[in-house]
Design a protein around this ligand. Structure first.
Ligand code: DGL
Length: 284
């Protein structure tokens, strides 16, 4: 059992990997005196290619874990989990819970001049139609594209590689004329350089980070003034060294990194008794 750390006015933040750190950075800029508990579920990344019900289960276990740490609010810094699991997490959490889809939609609505926008995200996010529906409800014309390989590049620290440029060119090749591109995956801001070069300088790239941080601060407010910088605790289900490396490549992300066993995130419903009769002979 993980020991509950001593935290001051902490906010929980999670993602399948390092992508949510882009949201964490925006939250810390706005609320430097709060503590943050970040959970990177790197043992199970990517979420974007998994069935929605699996992502719902992962997100539920993480929400319980972070709420047990005593956080005052929870940010689902993952578009995939926000797209498929948010309503259930809002019910589950005893604290306010924010997703990143609505903030991304708001950022796009603020940015577009012509009303033609694109959105890129994981397979699950794009298949859910979560962005498309909301953007169209605001009267915008939407082009959507799943980019399943990009998360791997970021997790491997290859955001500035020739391979990244090649894949981004491939994914953006079918786009119509758009003036705004929503980075509908929290890993993608780490590819901003290559995305901007491929999309062209006339296209405004937007992501959810700033608007999410704005909303969280508006609801939770700032803790009483103090001169001590808040601390960040990172729980990581996969290789802590790989997480530390990518976080360093991203720049500006520091804090303690604690390995976390997946069993700590198992939800009661996820533990099924083994039915021996159902096992194939080769397992006997
Ligand atoms: N960063 C996440 C998102 O915003 C998840 C990517 C993945 O694990 O596939 O969708």
């Amino acid at each position: 059992m993980t020991v509950k750390p001593a935290l001051r006015h902490a906010i929980g933040v999670f993602d399948s990997g390092v992508g949510g750190l882009t949201v964490l950075q925006a939250l810390r800029r706005r609320m430097p005196h709060r503590d943050f508990v970040y959970l990177g579920d790197t043992a199970r990344v990517p979420y974007g290619r998994k069935p929605p019900e699996m992502v719902v289960e992962f997100a539920g276990g993480i929400t319980r874990f972070l709420c047990n740490m005593g956080v005052e609010g929870l940010v689902v810094a993952c578009n995939t989990a926000s797209a498929v699991a948010l309503p259930g997490l809002v019910e589950l959490g005893p604290v306010p819970v924010w997703g990143v889809i609505d903030p991304g939609v708001e950022a796009a609505t603020r940015a577009t001049r012509t009303g033609s926008v694109g959105v890129i995200g994981t397979k699950a996010t794009i298949a859910s139609g979560a962005y498309q529906r909301r953007l169209e409800q605001r009267g915008l014309c939407v082009w959507a594209q799943a980019c399943p390989m990009l998360v791997h590049l970021v997790e491997e620290g290859l955001a500035e590689s020739p391979e990244a440029a090649l894949l981004v060119r491939h994914y953006l090749s079918g786009r119509p004329r758009i003036d705004t591109l929503v980075l509908g995956c929290t890993h993608y801001p780490l590819l901003r350089g290559v995305l901007q070069r491929e999309a062209g300088k006339d296209v405004t790239l937007v992501d959810s980070a700033e608007v999410t941080a704005e909303r969280v601060e508006a609801t939770l407010g700032s803790p009483p003034r103090c001169f001590v910088q808040g601390r960040v605790l990172h729980f990581v289900t996969g290789d802590p060294m790989a997480f530390a490396h990518t976080a360093r490549v991203m720049g500006g992300v520091n804090g303690e990194i604690v390995p976390l066993a997946l069993s700590e995130l198992a939800t009661p419903s996820a533990v099924h008794p083994v039915d021996r009769r159902a096992q194939p002979a080769w397992q006997e």
